[in-house]
Design a protein around this ligand. Structure first.
Ligand code: NAP
Length: 252
């Protein structure tokens, strides 16, 4: 039986390339996109290009209602998920408190929200891949906040830390909001890996490197194929709880 993957933010960039590769490899692919029409267009294009099985799923990762509705529709279709790729992300969306809030809602609370909504649909032994960035290295944070994230052992402690950061206007942690969002995502990976170990669900962060997408820009050093390959490693990973680039563990 074919395995099923759900990829958030799969209508362009790295997410779309991850969808393309998995569809070409025979996976059933759920193309997550906040804009239904863009998701459907991507699914149609990749069906044509790969001959694979792809379906669009409307999913705005910043919305509880959207995540719940998406999960309900998949449940109604009796769909089980073997791989969840939390890829949707934003960078440099806006300056000031609004930018901090949107960045953390998308890059940190998004993966948490989507994971929680999809958990009942995830098969035991599934993988969750959180797409991170080298900019989320804890060494970029000041010592106090590096400690606060690395000492957080529960999701409650981690969420409280992130809420404090957002409430302080996204300032004062020694790095920018994007760096904090990905550092917090890596801490979430560690905590989810422990939470989900009893179900043999493996949770890892994977960094695509600096990639030529709308986000990475034209000067980036890596092609979208290279970036996606680094992310795809997480889909079949046997390890759990780490941060990886090109299949090699990186410190966090
Ligand atoms: P991108 O080309 O800008 O694509 C971002 C994707 O995320 C788009 O599909 C976008 O959808 C989606 N998205 C944004 N907000 C969303 C929301 N609220 N709900 C659902 N989808 C949403 O970026 P990319 O370069 O492919 O980046 C993919 C991931 O890799 C991100 O997590 C990013 O942080 C990470 N990353 C990228 C680089 C790089 O150099 N490119 C480096 C390190 C890490 P719309 O089309 O609707 O906006």
């Amino acid at each position: 039986m074919a395995k099923t993957a759900l990829i958030t933010g799969a209508n362009r960039g790295i997410g779309q390339q991850v969808a393309r590769v998995l569809a070409g490899d025979g996976w059933d692919v759920l193309v997550g996109a906040r804009d239904k029409k863009k998701g459907e267009a991507t699914a149609a294009r990749l069906r044509k290009d790969t001959g694979g099985r792809l379906k669009a799923v409307e999913l705005d990762v910043t919305s509880d209602a959207s995540a719940t509705t998406a999960a309900q529709k998949l449940r109604d279709g009796a769909i089980k998920i073997d791989a969840l790729v939390n890829n949707a992300g934003v960078y440099g969306v806006a300056r000031g408190p609004d930018g901090a809030s949107l960045t953390l809602e998308t890059n940190f609370f998004g993966p948490l929200r989507v994971t929680d909504a999809m958990l009942p649909l995830l098969r035991d032994g599934a993988t969750i891949t959180n797409v991170t960035s080298g900019l989320g290295g804890l060494e970029n944070l000041d010592a106090a906040h590096d400690k606060r994230l690395s000492n957080a052992q529960t999701r409650e402690a981690l969420v409280a830390a992130v809420r404090d950061f957002v409430d302080s206007g996204g300032k004062g942690w020694g790095t920018d909001v994007y760096g904090v969002s990905k550092a917090a995502l890596n801490a979430l990976t560690r905590i989810l890996a422990a939470e989900l170990a009893p179900r043999q669900i493996r949770v890892n962060s994977t960094c695509p490197g600096w990639v030529r997408t709308d986000m990475g820009g034209r000067s980036a050093t890596r092609s979208v194929e290279q970036g996606a390959a680094s992310v795809l490693w997480g889909v079949t990973a046997t390890e759990t709880g780490g941060v990886f680039r090109d299949g090699r563990r990186i410190p966090f």
